[in-house]
Design a protein around this ligand. Structure first.
Ligand code: SAH
Length: 390
């Protein structure tokens, strides 16, 4: 086995519990390692620090898997996946949808496993995890006993790792369309054609929390995808819910989900760019009792944070103005380069420019099946703020 010898900077990162080691954190690699191969990790003084996977093609050259002298084999993967599944026991059920393995948050960098009722969906996002694929699938199959495991290895981050984009059944051939339950609502999830692995599981607790403010309100759900927030709010007593998404497939799926719950009479979806839509509504002085903003990440890198903040500010400013006094804004950001303090500061600016006084009702994050590691800030990526217009 090759050994990656760290510099002091790399050693400090590892000892603080961060699983990512960059090229500049590495002094030398002794021996040769294929992209994705497991290597020993050593301190500048050659003391053993742990094991991880090595990929010279990635910015993140080394991903730490363990700081113990244990083998990275099928038994190791089984232990880690079993521990992750055990932490989600309360979420399990025949129609339940939840994240079983959340990459770094479950100490398995590069691996996502989601459960949608009878099927599991897996993503191998790093060269290291990709090399451990067969043993990982074995473990998932024997621990979760799904009807099938669908591979969504079509995430663009795989290209940065030098990996091909692909999808399809890795095990079994379970249905691609599955019906899941979240709280009292049902949703049809397309594990093959949907965005990400089919559903935005990280917003589950926020969707359930949003139900509390729904009764009697008119709602505009921007970036509604397949109607997650919209359907919940309608079910929880909103009088009329409008949903907007730029993807016609998402809008069609949202309409189907409203029907599935018998709520088509109170839900209206349309395909549109939410930026244009908010601008147009602002001109007509339309008012709502509740607005939801759950856009995709506006930045995937540090460079574009300024532009992303301008985008967030624009939609939030307009959303605030569209609210009636007493109205609620539920506003989210899943860009981890924008932390909670920066997001709140942006909201403060938006409120000031919109001449709206807003009360913070709740500052929330992702659902607990997407665990946050202290010291690994990248694992804490979702912000979801509930505001009331005074
Ligand atoms: N709230 C949803 C998830 C939203 S994901 C849920 O709970 O399920 C973000 C959505 O924004 C995606 O469906 C994507 O198609 C949509 N989107 C991206 N850019 C957009 C734009 N400019 N206008 C409207 N929708 C957009």
């Amino acid at each position: 086995m090759a050994t990656a010898v760290l510099r002091g900077s790399g050693q400090r990162r590892l000892l603080r519990g961060h699983p990512w080691i960059y090229r500049s954190d590495i002094q030398e690699v002794q021996g040769s390692a294929e992209p994705g191969e497991v290597v020993d990790i050593a301190a500048p003084n050659r003391q053993f620090l742990g094991r991880g996977t090595y990929n010279p093609r990635s910015q993140i050259v080394l991903r730490v898997l363990t700081t113990e002298a244990e083998a990275i084999d099928a038994a190791f993967l089984r232990r880690r996946i079993a521990a992750a599944a055990a932490r989600r026991q309360g979420l399990a059920g025949p129609e339940a949808a939840y994240r079983v393995v959340s990459s770094e948050g479950d100490l398995l960098p590069g691996l996502i496993v989601d459960r949608y009722g009878p099927v599991a969906v897996a993503q191998f996002l790093t060269a290291g995890m990709d090399r451990l694929r067969e043993a990982t699938l074995e473990a998932v199959e024997s621990l979760l006993t799904p009807r099938g495991i669908y591979l969504r290895n079509d995430a663009s981050v795989r290209a940065l790792e030098g990996l091909p984009l692909e999808r399809g059944w890795a095990r079994g051939d379970g249905p691609e369309q599955v019906e899941i339950r979240e709280g009292p609502c049902r949703f049809r999830v397309d594990v093959a054609g949907g965005q990400k692995t089919g559903f935005f599981l990280d917003q589950r607790e926020n969707r359930l929390a949003a139900r509390e403010v729904a009764a009697g309100r008119t709602v505009l759900d921007c970036f509604c995808y397949t109607g997650g927030f919209a359907v919940h709010l309608a079910e929880a007593g909103a009088t009329l819910v409008e949903g907007v998404d730029i993807s016609p497939e998402a809008v069609a799926a949202a309409e189907a989900n409203a029907r599935l719950n018998g709520l088509e009479g109170r839900c209206r979806f349309r395909t549109a760019n939410a930026f244009d839509e908010l601008r147009a509504l602002d001109k007509t002085r339309r008012q709502y009792d509740c607005l939801i903003l759950d856009p995709p990440a506006f930045t995937k890198g540090k460079e574009a944070v300024g532009a992303a903040l301008r985008g967030y500010k624009e939609i939030n400013l307009r959303a605030m103005r569209l609210l009636r006094p007493g109205g609620i804004l539920i506003t989210c950001s899943c860009s981890y380069h924008i932390d909670e303090a920066t997001f709140l500061a942006m909201l403060e600016e938006a409120a000031a420019d919109a001449h709206c006084r807003m009360r913070v009702l709740a500052v929330r994050t992702q659902a607990a099946d997407h665990p946050i590691l202290l010291g690994v800030r990248e694992t804490r990526y979702l912000k979801c703020v509930f505001l009331e217009r005074l």
